[in-house]
Structure formats: structure tokens, C-alpha cells
Write a new protein. Structure first.
Ligand code: G16
Length: 560
């Protein structure tokens, strides 16, 4: 079978965002659109594509099976030697990262738009991960984009569709294709990280037995959840819900937060469930929710870091360093300080953690966007975070039987103080209004009297004085690469912060994110609802930015 060169023309806007290219399915379905982007990945692969081995898999969303076949045809056309595909094209994002690393492949292509809704009218996404198992760094994604801008042809071998439902090794034209079980490699990895016997002991030898509910939101983690919670930990089938992956996620928005995972929250409250957790479409995000106790992702990573050596055998030898994305609260910084560890503040995007991990300077990190993980792979890992919390509860219950998630939170605040944090998302607003909002803030920041200015809340006398305001820029401590314009932040003299950023993961229009953070060392405030405690700061953020005027929305779409 010979390689065919197909003529094409560039499509505008094939620029990878925070995590790959995400667009509506209908955009990807246009003739040549997907092929152009896949060709750009092969052209931009570090060291070229010739003779390479890659992993291909994704969250099984609508249009995935077709794209797997496109990738196989272009892989054959671009000299790839071996493609490892998840059965039915399905692999969670953490499972792809784990496979790339354990099989030592040259990278992988992930078919996912993560937490974005799926189905013919919704989103699809394609992302390239490099040989370390992590999302391609900016120099590679910039190169991919550049190729898409000037592309005139792509190379493929006109192969028939391969049956990707059967496990095994196949010859497919010039390619070797291995179809692997979607779950087993990943579960084996988790078994080397956690002490499942210790967790089981707590779950089965405590009276009354702790109750657990895991919600896969009809995303890819259903089979992973069943393998861990039901088969490995011996929990009843009723401890998992929405556990069958569906191409349109059953109409759910597979994003684990209080808005979209509300059925989990309601069941936890109604049935007095001790431990609730959810993951997203592709399995890299997580939410931890105990009865009456929502764990913010910023607190979650700080608490995991604090308990790591005691609760998780993988960290027995010590934790190397900690990190968070810039908008994530500073709770983890306080743990790092107490333990004498290095802590890094990187831009939003998991790809920024990879270099630090590869350099042996980072063990545990997280983002406010429900992402938590460690250097066991190079993606954030929803199921890992859920098991980490079970491990923490098992350890905490050995010290003090009856400990709940709420108790763990309070104990943490009593040592470190509490960082109140909230994020307001204004989804799919007009791009022009969002750009104008950001430009106006940049102009305000540039005024000589902006620092030192005080802003008063609208419904109380609380006021905040600006200490520092800037556009976040990051210099990678390992390779020296610089990333600018990563979010506009204002720090106030009392230690509070507000941040404005445009999302890099939306598929149409613009999504404005407003983040607010306030730190308290006053124990009387620890039990306070975050929305109450943060109200003055939110009011100041909205009035000083004139956000509602610029984007013509009086309410956010989602509050977390
Ligand atoms: C992706 C990235 C994360 C990032 C999140 C939100 O998550 O991997 O690092 O924090 O998007 O990004 P933004 O604020 O630009 O929308 P996921 O779960 O969508 O892959």
C-alpha cells in the first residue's frame, strides 16, 4: 500500500489552547479539518514521526471512533511504526500518560475535550502528549499551530477501518497496531502507589461501615471506578453512579463541580454518605465532597501534600517539591513552608508542571480547576486524587476513629489557617467584550496611581488597597522558557487577591474567569460559607473591572 499525498488548504484557528485543540464536533467533521491538525502533529513531533511509536485513545466521546481511523491512516502515511490504541479507542487521559511512560513510547494523541459536553452538537478535542507522558509544551504546540497555518497537503495510506474492539496485535498496512485493555495498565500503576489493604481495612472493619459514592458523570472513568471501588476495594455496586461511558455523556456536562455534579451532592446529603467524589469526561479532574463539606481543589492538593508521607506509600521516601497554578489559592504554599519544600507558581495548564517533575523538583501539584496529581504520571489524575483522599481518611481514622472529611478540613485549617477561594465563570460571552475587559484592566494597571488605590465593597464598608497588579509571566526554572500574559492579578495589602483570565479551553466565544482569594487565621471564621466571606472582595472585583458592562452578563454561569 502506498502513501498518498492529499491536497488541502489551511483552516483558521487551529491553535492549541490550554490543553489541545477544542472545537465543536461539526468543525472537526469538515472535510480535511481533522486530517490537517493530525498532520501538523506528526510534522511537529520532536525528532519527526518516522519509525516512532505512539499511544492513541480518549474519553470515547462522539466522533472518536472515526478520528482513530483517520489517525491510523495518517500515522501510516507519516512513517509511524507502531500505534497502541485503547480498546474501542477509549483510554482516560491519565491512562494515556501512564501507558506512554510504561511502554516508553514517543508520545500519544488524546481524543478528548475533557469536561466539555459531548455529542454531535457539542465538543471534540485533539491533544498531543510527548514522550514524558505530558501535554506538549508550548514550543511544540506553537510549531503545530504554525504548520496548520501553512499546510498544503497531508500524507496517508488509504487503509480500510480497523476493528478496534478486539484486543491483540495486528498488522494494518505498514503499521503494527496493538489494541490494549483500557483499564488494566492504569490499575496496576495505582496498586504500586497506594496501600489498598490499609484502605480496605478502614472500609470494611469500621462500624458502621464508611459509605462511598463515586460519580463518573457518564465519562470515561466508569470502568476505572468499577475496577477500583467495586472489584479492588470490595464496595457495593451502589457506590458508583453514572458509570457507563456514553458518547454524549448522557446529556450531562461532565465537569465535577457543585453545579454539574449536583446529583452526587444531593445523594451524599440525603443518604448521609461519608465520602463522595466525581471525575470528569476524560478522568483527569476530580471533586471531593463529604457530607456538608465541599473540599475546594486548592485545599485538596494542600491536604494531600500534608498527609502524603503518612498515608501514601509512593511518597514514603519523601516529597520533592510542591506546585500550583497561579490562580490556585496559596494553601499549598503554607504546607511547603512548614515542611521546608520548594513551591512553584506556574501558569494555568498542566503542561507547565512537566519540566519540574522531569527535573526531580516536584512531587505533588494541583490547580483550582479541579486538577490534582503527582509525578507518578504527567497529567492530572482524577481517580488518583479520589484514592488519595480515601488513603488520607483511612490514615486519619487510625489516629482518630470516626474522622470525616469535614474533620480533616478543620484540622488542616487549625494548623495552617484557611484560604477562602472562589471562581466565577462567565461562559461563552462575546469575544470582543472579553478582550475589551482585559485591555481596560491592563490600562488601569499601567496608571501610576493604581498601586496604593483603595476600593470599597458595594454593600459593606470593607475596603481593599492595591499592593501589586500585573499580568502574570512565568520563566520555567528548568529550561528558561518564558510565558507571558497568563492572567491579570491584583494583590491587596491584606493578602487577598483577585485574578481575571480568559479561558483557553472553550470551543466558542470567550469564557471569562474571575478568581478571588482571602486568607484567614481567625478560627471563628473557618466554618464560614466561602461566598459570604468573599462577598466584599467579589463586589470590588466586579466594580473595579466593570465586568458586567463589558461582557453584558449580570450573573456568572458557574460559581465554584
Ligand atoms: C485544562 C488544563 C488545566 C487547566 C484547565 C482550565 O483542563 O489541563 O491545566 O487548568 O484546562 O483551563 P482554562 O482556565 O484555560 O479553561 P482539562 O481538564 O480541561 O484538560
Amino acid at each position: 500500500m502506498s502513501v498518498v499525498t492529499v491536497q488541502t488548504t489551511p483552516f483558521a484557528g487551529q491553535k492549541p489552547g490550554t490543553s489541545g485543540l477544542r472545537k465543536k464536533v461539526k468543525v472537526f467533521q469538515q472535510p480535511h479539518y481533522t486530517e490537517n491538525f493530525v498532520q501538523a502533529i506528526f510534522t511537529a513531533m520532536p525528532g519527526g514521526s518516522d519509525g516512532k511509536t505512539i499511544v492513541v485513545g480518549g474519553d470515547g466521546r462522539y466522533y472518536s471512533p472515526e478520528v482513530v481511523q483517520i489517525i491510523l491512516r495518517l500515522a501510516a502515511g507519516n512513517g509511524i511504526k507502531h500505534v497502541v490504541v485503547g480498546q474501542h479507542g477509549v483510554l482516560s487521559t491519565p491512562a494515556v500518560s501512564a501507558l506512554i511512560r510504561s511502554l516508553k513510547t514517543d508520545g500519544g494523541i488524546l481524543l478528548t475535550a475533557s469536561h466539555n459536553p459531548g455529542g454531535p452538537e457539542n465538543d471534540f478535542g485533539i491533544k498531543f502528549n510527548t514522550a514524558n507522558g505530558g501535554p506538549a509544551p508550548e514550543d511544540v504546540t506553537d510549531k503545530i499551530y504554525k504548520v496548520t497555518e501553512g499546510i498544503t497537503s497531508y500524507k496517508q495510506v488509504e487503509l480500510p477501518d480497523l476493528d478496534i474492539s478486539k484486543l491483540g496485535e495486528f498488522t494494518h498496512g505498514p503499521l503494527k497496531v496493538t489494541i490494549v485493555d483500557s483499564v488494566s495498565n492504569y490499575i496496576e500503576l495505582l496498586k504500586t502507589i497506594f496501600d489498598f489493604e490499609r484502605i480496605k481495612k478502614w472500609l470494611h472493619e469500621t462500624s458502621p461501615k464508611p459509605t462511598v459514592l463515586f460519580d463518573a458523570l457518564n465519562g470515561v472513568t466508569g470502568p476505572y471506578g468499577r475496577a477500583i471501588f467495586v472489584e479492588e476495594l470490595g464496595l457495593p455496586e451502589s457506590s458508583i453512579q453514572n458509570a457507563t461511558p456514553l458518547p454524549d455523556f448522557g446529556g450531562l456536562h461532565p465537569d465535577p463541580n457543585l453545579t454539574y455534579a449536583h446529583t452526587l451532592v444531593e445523594r451524599v446529603e440525603r443518604e448521609n454518605i461519608l465520602f463522595g467524589a466525581a471525575s470528569d469526561g476524560d478522568g483527569d479532574r476530580n471533586m471531593i465532597y463529604g457530607k456538608g463539606a465541599f473540599v475546594t481543589p486548592s485545599d485538596s492538593v494542600a491536604i494531600i501534600a500534608d498527609w502524603a508521607e503518612k498515608a501514601i506509600p509512593y511518597f514514603k521516601g519523601g516529597v520533592k517539591g510542591l506546585a500550583r497554578s497561579m490562580p490556585t489559592s496559596g494553601a499549598i504554599d503554607l504546607v511547603a513552608k512548614a515542611k521546608g519544600l520548594e513551591v512553584f507558581e506556574v501558569p494555568t495548564g498542566w503542561k507547565f508542571f512537566g519540566n519540574l517533575m522531569d527535573a526531580g523538583r516536584l512531587s505533588i501539584c494541583g490547580e483550582e480547576s479541579f486538577g490534582t496529581g503527582s509525578d507518578h504520571i504527567r497529567e492530572k489524575d482524577g481517580v488518583w486524587a479520589v484514592v488519595a483522599w480515601l488513603a488520607i481518611l483511612a490514615a486519619a481514622n487510625e489516629e482518630k476513629p470516626g474522622t470525616t472529611i469535614d474533620d480533616v478540613l478543620l484540622a488542616h485549617y487549625n494548623v495552617y489557617g484557611r484560604s477562602f477561594f472562589s471562581r466565577y465563570d462567565y461562559e461563552e460571552v462575546e469575544s470582543a467584550g472579553a478582550e475589551a475587559l482585559v485591555n481596560n484592566l491592563r490600562e488601569e494597571f499601567a496608571k501610576p496611581d493604581f498601586v496604593g488605590q483603595s476600593f470599597k465593597a458595594t454593600t459593606s464598608d470593607t475596603s481593599f488597597t492595591v499592593k501589586e497588579a500585573a499580568d502574570f509571566a512565568y520563566t520555567d526554572p528548568v529550561d528558561g522558557s518564558v510565558s507571558t500574559k497568563q492572567g491579570l492579578y491584583i494583590k491587596f495589602t491584606d493578602g487577598s487577591r483577585i485574578i481575571f483570565r480568559l479561558s483557553g479551553t472553550g470551543s466558542s466565544g470567550a469564557t471569562v474567569r474571575l478568581y478571588v482569594e482571602k486568607y484567614s487565621k481567625n478560627a471563628a471564621e473557618y466554618g464560614e460559607d466561602a461566598q459570604v466571606g468573599l462577598k466584599p472582595l467579589i463586589e470590588v472585583a466586579l466594580s473595579l473591572s466593570k465586568l458586567q458592562d463589558y461582557i453584558k452578563r449580570d450573573k456568572p454561569t458557574v460559581i465554584t
